[in-house]
Design a protein around this ligand. Sequence first.
Ligand code: IVH
Length: 676
Amino acid sequence: MLKEEARQDIANLIDKIRYHDYRYYVLDSPEITDAEYDGLMAELKALEEAHPDLVDDSSPTQRVSGSPSEAFGQVEHRTPLLSLDNATTKEELVDFDQRIKRLLANPVSYVVEPKIDGLAVSLTYENGVLVRGATRGDGERGEDITTNLRTINSIPLKLRGDVPPIVEVRGEAYMDRVAFAELNRHRGESGAPLFANPRNAAAGSLRQLDPAVTASRRLNVFMYAIGYYEGLEIATQWQVLRHLTDWGFRVNPLIERSEDIDAVWGYCVVMESKRNELIYDIDGVVVKVDDLAAHAKLGATGRSPRWAIAFKYPAEEATTIVRDIIVQVGRTGALTPLAILEPVVVAGSTVSRATLHNADVLAEKDVRIGDTVIIRKAGDVIPEIVKPVESKRTTAERIFSMPTHCPVCGAEVRRIPGEAVTRCVGGACPAQLVEGVVHFASRGAMDIEGLGPRLAAQLVDAGLVGDVSDLYYLSEDQLSSLPRMGDKSVRNLLNALSESKARPLSRVIFALGIELVGEAAGRELAAHFQTMDNLMEASEDTLRRVNLIGDKITDSITAFMAEPQNRKIIQRLAEAGVNLSEPTVGSANKEGDISEETFFNGKTVVLTGTLTEFTRQEAAQLLRGLGARVTSSVSRNTDYVVAGTDPGSKFQRAEELGVNILSEADLLKFAKGESK
Ligand code: IVH
């Protein structure tokens, strides 16, 4: 009785799982969560383990079954798997149609199906249970790959609904582009040879002697034909597809009926435009006469039936030779290796260059200068090098490695560990300058109104700006010489630039565009180091101790500050009067990082009169940067009054109170750290 209960439970679970497999793998419309599904599977496995005698071969737990084999056996197909004649033009399609009309008295209609670029498989079901799966082979006999085909989840191990005693169905096994890209990426990483295309990947996966490997490959099928059947009445190809669907097979939803050859042509055109949006490769459209009685009448010529034709699209693949590999520097400083190719036509257009993305991809694909390579233009418009044809290698190929210095500006290039991109760290690299200027002027950074991408590009193109510090040395004349820069725009820009000099240090740090240093990091760094000088000299250990600053940011800051070009930019910003310090309250010392006590540190200072070297605002920034508190009125708490020419009442008040009075020269001297 207990056995009976277990048998019943197992049967119920199998029914449930089969249903959910169908929803998930065939209809692509699951009803339960993965966790719920896993729960059902675990329950079934446990029951089957407790009752090994109740394990059925078509149980969903038995998809991967049997041990690796030595070789595949041969299978004779009950009816041969034919191949198709091709058409590549509308005229050839029309010829095909006319030939048929000549041979048949009646008008014909067609079924049009995307031609999946995979490999044909044949599946035999006895009383609804999968008993054999085979490759096409030579059309008469194929290889027995039952154990491998069983691992494909969209192939039912047991059919749904009313099933004939024997049926042999045919379709295409394939690997979609996502699974293909992922598989090749893994293979590249582990040094395994890459597959040239999804079709080869699918073929390779189905010819594995170990079904567990096939199971790991994410293959799929679309079924499109019934090869042999008993006990069924079927009149049309459309009904064939209906039956396949009812039995639980995956049938391509893009299949349609076409009334005449004009409609067929329309479908071919539409499908070609959709070709790139599909997740799987198609290499054309298969056009089939719908009426099966007509098939018998039309027969075949040689190996190809007269009732069907393949309309083929231009190949998405070609081979060519890599003439050279160069490096391009993008606006963000990213270095991209680019293959210069012997021009070749792929999918209708000439390809003469192809990106190799980055150092990792370059290494994984192992493309060398002089290699013969397979080019593929599928899924997207950008042509890609799939892999070198290793069998064509001589010893003349040269291995290319990423440069250590930027090919544009000569600055060092760096690759942050864990990231794929190699970047030029030169802050004055023209290739990344425009982007850098735009970032510098942006809202959260120096907030320079009116300085957007267009003006930034103009300034760089005209040679007026070679790095961001040049912005502060632009003259009215220079700006007026630019197209579309009227007097008013020039004045506004100069004002905006001048205003921006007072931005807090945190913003300046962010504005420099140091990789990985965002606004928050800028604030932490400014609060911690107080001055740009301190930040420039900070050791890696000190940097790492700052809140939010981890190893990667530390590396990035250190590299940036080590670059002489970048230090020069900072120096010129300082010379232009850009604020490079934080206003301090009390001592600037924090954890002993700022070691020098400055003359003005912690002092209260008032500015009066006209200064010659600075505006008053600039002098105030300088003082704040040195740790002073700058106030506007003189009191007993005032430590120093800095007096320029024509000082007013504040000077008198200072004299009355006996406050120390400094000249502009004193200010400069003490600011430079010379003590009194
Ligand atoms: S019908 C005689 N339908 O194309 C009927 N074939 O060149 C031949 N294929 O070996 C098969 N999608 O591998 C048919 N919807 C489709 C197809 C299709 C892809 C492949 C199949 C066949 C080859 C013929």
